[in-house]
Write a protein that binds this ligand. Sequence first.
Ligand code: ADP
Ligand code: MG
Length: 699
Amino acid sequence: MTAFRLDAEVQFLKGVGPRRAEQLARLGITTVKDLLFHFPVRYEDRRNIRPIASLSEGETFTIRGVIHETNEKRLRFGKSLFQMGIRDATGILRCVWFNVRSDYLKKKYSVGQQVVATGRVHLGKTERSFEMPHPDIVVVDEGEDEVTGGILPVYPLTEGINQGTMRKVVAAALAAAPPVPENLPPLLLERLHLPPRHEAVIGIHRPDPGTPPEKLATCRTTAHKRMIFEELFLIECAMAILRSRNTERVRGVTIPATDGQSASVTARLPFELTPDQQAVLGEILDDLRGEHPMNRLVQGDVGCGKTVVAAVTLTLAAMNGFQGVLMAPTEILAEQHFSNLTKAKNVFPLRVELLTSGTKKKDDIRARAAEGEIDLLIGTHALIQQSVAFKNLGVAVIDEQHRFGVMQRAELMKKGDRPNTLIMTATPIPRTLAMTLYGDLDVSTIRTMPKGRQAIETKIIRLAEKAKAYLLINNEVKKGRQAYIIYPLVEESEKSELKAATVMWKVFQEQVFPHLRVGLVHGRMKQEEKNEVMHRFMRREVDVLVSTTVIEVGIDQPNATVMMIEHAERFGLAQLHQLRGRVGRGADKSSCLLAIEYPLSAVAKERLKVMTETGDGFVIAEKDMELRGTGDLLGTRQSGLPSLRMANLVRDFEILKFARNEAFELVRSDPELQKPEHRGLRAEMQRDWRERFQLVDVG
Ligand code: ADP
Ligand code: MG
């Protein structure tokens, strides 16, 4: 009975009407196909149901039976003790809930219902009687288990649709839908022993009753492996195509920089490059000399020496007659790059200009850039992308404080004459993310810090220890140092943020540090006002800078030696690490104080512990990903990485590596997916996939 097409609207399915359809739409489900791809997040495994008489103390069991009585004992403050007896053919189990508001339990469970209960078993009051405190209870729909063989899919839900309804609706879709067309090359599937797509979709909703429980729990059935592989393979195909189009199949600007030239520049530095810096510079040199444009990401913690490597690269370009551009995320950082490079003119003998909103002779600078009379132009992304032309641009350096989206990058690459592009990011990312987010780029990593860098002492401070923290800030300022205080603000509204920030600043200035100069930056200030405060901080006219968000700290002041982060428990791990990187940039010992307020969640505790244990951004990034799971990894969504349906980058790293190799090989053999056997793949990328990823136009 395949009267339905995959793109038919769900409301025409059995058991779904306009109202259900509306509810499903909230989950992004509008077609029959959407339902087929609404995958369970986990399974309820009822194959291991134990007779009540066989239970033993202290272990977790699942039992099944009928509710034969319920009762409640009223306690104080509207709380109750709620009890329920479940009977199977072998005995009775008492389920107990202590100190609950029992109304909702009474409503949910009634005598005569079939239920499955899972929980830890304790000895009851009488001989051989058992209790299960606070069990998980599932009310069983008649006949359900017969259909699923005891393995029940657990779906993401929305208000108005319960698990039983969702199971029925998905079952209706499975019954009515035609086979889902294959999108991967059959030969590939055969070689990898993966099932066809249609089979995999069914297998995920209705796992084979013989599936070992651990395979279900870890998503390692062949059906799961197939869908995980598919998802990652498609991403990697897009990456491979991007790479092929932007790098491998195009000619770029070739810059014949020699090792001798490179050595002559680095010899002028007041220090020796670290081995990691040297290795990265070597990779860059190879890229410059090659006929394809460089598309390289250099990642490493703040202060590891990325900018120095970029400056050497730009100098080499100039020595060979090419221009360079350096784009910074904020005007302040652009100014800092400009001032640092100007100061180091003997090392980097470049004709440098700065282009910001405040620049006086903008037209003059633009004209000279176009004439080739400027070696290096520094500015913000926005300014430079908008309005500048070059005579012979050889190298574009993009300084990223945070992650840069795949999409924005793709936009950028379309501009200009394919200069060699070097992206610097101070956000170390785990390898798996690098493969997906930056999968089309070459990635260079600087892991080690220059010698003599001191670790930042990181301490957790409780409310009662605040006074000590203030004292430390005071003492540092007395020594001529500066401090940051970071404050998370819940942005309820513009007005309330403004008010909270102002109040906070007042408290610090008037009560805590009346004798110091306290500055404030927050998200609701005008850009000029922010710049004004940050400039004052740079000129050391502000001792303590109170800042409400991360973005505002786009600033590099080596004289700052203390940072206090208020409500540190509210920040993500990567964010905390980024923030902490604002101190410890000079020769002096720096500290980071993580002020917390109870209660702390287990995850928050773990995050804070990691912060006190390590300063290595890569370790922190891995841990961050592990703690968050990849679904809601901070920043990935904004960065253009599609949310993953099935794959989990932590769990599925091996599959990812594998999918990546396969994808790159396939695209190498058929760069635009023109071969007949790749038709399905191409169609997939053109349709659904393009909507989701908005990444690659497969022509
Ligand atoms: P990043 O761009 O990664 O934040 P920078 O290139 O700005 O790092 O370097 C941070 C500081 O360390 C700068 O003052 C720079 O001069 C210094 N530095 C860079 N590389 C070395 C090195 N190999 N040895 C000593 N100091 C270095
Ligand atoms: Mg090149």
